[in-house]
Design a protein around this ligand. Structure first.
Ligand SMILES: NC(=O)c1ccc[n+]([C@@H]2O[C@H](COP(=O)([O-])OP(=O)(O)OC[C@H]3O[C@@H](n4cnc5c(N)ncnc54)[C@H](OP(=O)(O)O)[C@@H]3O)[C@@H](O)[C@H]2O)c1
Length: 253
């Protein structure tokens, strides 16, 4: 059960090797979090982060999870909630960026990205919501993106998957009002992680730790939406209303 400051004592990370997610759980471990489940495609890839968290005094389980395998989600996530401790926080962190040129050449790869980022998230989100509702408490944190705000020519497949995910997460949050459970949507700008390695940084690019700090602050405040860094919120107040012609120029870099 999370404490009076909204700091969770247990967490499930879907996409448990995500650099943003790991920066977040490191911060949670510094606070009150004592139990973390890392749900990953290949458990070997989570060995190092699991060992690091254990060295901080956290009990860590690593479980197999694939966002594409939607029929398995009920059991994989259900087994975690059926364990001895309640789950205070679920961090939905999995996602793929891909690149638009490859998607143009290979529509099936684009469909796979949509299956991971949107279909997989809808499936997991609904399973988690059902469990949180039954528990009567807990927060689902969904890693959306500023890319959800407006499609860019250079990555509109990714942007469209995040727009779908963001709308889903907002609706789910509203549906959970009064249940004791809630959803917090996180919209990072450009973050330096392996997902963006080798790409030109965008204005106000940031680090996983800055996003993690905004997430923990949002949890303490009970926020519905978190932007990271916060200034990207105000950038998009303007950018989302630019005429299309102007947006095409601004978003081309
Ligand atoms: N980096 C950015 O600039 C940025 C900006 C805004 C939003 N985001 C979002 O933030 C989230 C985390 O990204 P990140 O920057 O931390 O990147 P990351 O380190 O590359 O993390 C992506 C995670 O997704 C997992 N994943 C991919 N496909 C999966 C599948 N089919 N099943 C299960 N897990 C799968 C990866 O697992 P493997 O280790 O198995 O590959 C990895 O754990 C993503 O949703 C991303 O879209 C990132």
């Amino acid at each position: 059960m999370q404490d009076a400051l909204g700091s969770p004592q247990s967490a499930l990370v879907l996409g448990g090797t995500s650099e943003i997610a790991l920066a977040t759980v490191r911060r949670l471990a510094e606070a009150r979090c004592r139990k973390i489940v890392l749900a990953v495609r290949d458990p070997a890839t989570a060995e190092a982060p699991a060992a690091e968290l254990r060295a901080r005094g956290v009990e860590v389980d690593v479980i197999e999870f694939d966002a594409l395998d939607t029929p398995s989600h009920g059991k994989v996530i259900g087994d975690v909630f059926d364990g001895p401790t309640d789950i205070d926080l679920v961090l939905l962190a999995f996602g793929v960026l891909g690149d638009q040129a490859s998607f143009d050449a290979d529509p099936e790869a684009a469909a796979d990205a949509a299956r991971i980022n949107y279909v997989g998230a809808v499936s997991c989100g609904l399973v988690v919501a059902d469990r949180l509702r039954t528990q009567g408490h807990g927060t689902l944190v969904v890693l959306s993106s500023v890319a959800a705000e407006r499609a860019r020519r250079s990555n509109y497949v990714y942007g469209s998957t995040k727009a779908g995910l963001d709308a889903f997460a907002q609706g789910l949050g509203d549906a959970l009002i009064g249940s004791g459970a809630r959803v917090m949507v996180v919209r990072p700008g450009f973050v330096h992680t392996r997902m963006t390695a080798g790409m030109d940084a965008q204005p106000f690019s940031t680090t996983p730790d800055v996003v993690a700090a905004q997430i923990t602050k949002g949890l303490e405040r009970g926020s519905d939406t978190v932007w990271a860094p916060p200034i990207v919120r105000w950038m998009f107040v303007v950018l989302r209303h630019l005429p299309r012609r102007l947006w095409r120029i601004v978003s081309a870099r």
